[in-house]
Design a protein around this ligand. Sequence first.
Ligand SMILES: Nc1ncnc2c1ncn2[C@@H]1O[C@H](COP(=O)(O)OP(=O)(O)O)[C@@H](O)[C@H]1O
Ligand SMILES: [Mg+2]
Length: 288
Amino acid sequence: MAVKRGENEEFKQSGHVLDINEIYKSFYIYMSQGEEVISDKKKKRWFSSKQENEIKALQDIFLKVDHGEFIALLGPSGCGKSTLLRILAGFESPSSGHAKFKGENINGPDPQRAMVFQSERAVFPWLTVKGNISLGPKLQGVNSEDMEKAVKDTIKLVELDGFENAYPKTLSGGMLQRVAVARAIVNRPELLLMDEPFGALDAQTRNNLQDHVVRIWQSIDQTIVFVTHDIEEAIYLSTRVVLFTSRPGRIKEIVPIDLPHPRDRTSPEFIEYRNYCSKLIREKEKQG
Ligand SMILES: Nc1ncnc2c1ncn2[C@@H]1O[C@H](COP(=O)(O)OP(=O)(O)O)[C@@H](O)[C@H]1O
Ligand SMILES: [Mg+2]
């Protein structure tokens, strides 16, 4: 498949795809007449004399991501990985600091930054595989010839050829998740954001999908930020593992993974990376 470059290529030489600068994020929980209210803004004065409860989700996050990287955000549950991903998607804004995408502040969602949701949220049961994948381009008014080609190429890329007219209820969990990935990549976004997309699947399907994602990443020259709490998954997939502390999430260490794809989970080098990351995580637990 042809690699889409154009403006991305220009940007590759001049800057970072993502520039995350000193991000803090807090949520506030207030009680109002016995009711719990969650907010991402300081609203104490609106809830006179009520106690505020601040949840610090992210603290002091700096990260620069180059075009074509595959970044894994690795950390324990509740450390703010999803919050950071939602900030990058533009679904949420930081309490302070900023995140820039290709030099511009992220102020909201953008088709160039696509989120892969878990299939049960991403796939419409009343549409066929093809119907699901073409929905995005259709809504964006892509002309039918370009859309046909993009949808066909994407179906091939996620290896769902022959299932174009199948309905979701006839597909396995792994195939459904590939439809969800296809929906996100059909417009070839620069940045693909994935939040534990394979978390709900069995180990074998999960390994299989990891291989799919690596192949897709290699063939369409994309930047990926992938959230996981699985050390092995992070090392298997990424060019750099960004290791978080527990809440409030701070970056503990960034570990570049210098192994060629496809990777071998049983190789001594792989195991060395795994032991190294496990050790870092254990160290943190001892401190905390
Ligand atoms: N909308 C929200 N309102 C209040 N608290 C939230 C909200 N979203 C996340 N949090 C809190 O922020 C922390 C980080 O959450 P999250 O980013 O989902 O962590 P992770 O994805 O690493 O498991 C958690 O303590 C969570 O309860
Ligand atoms: Mg999460």
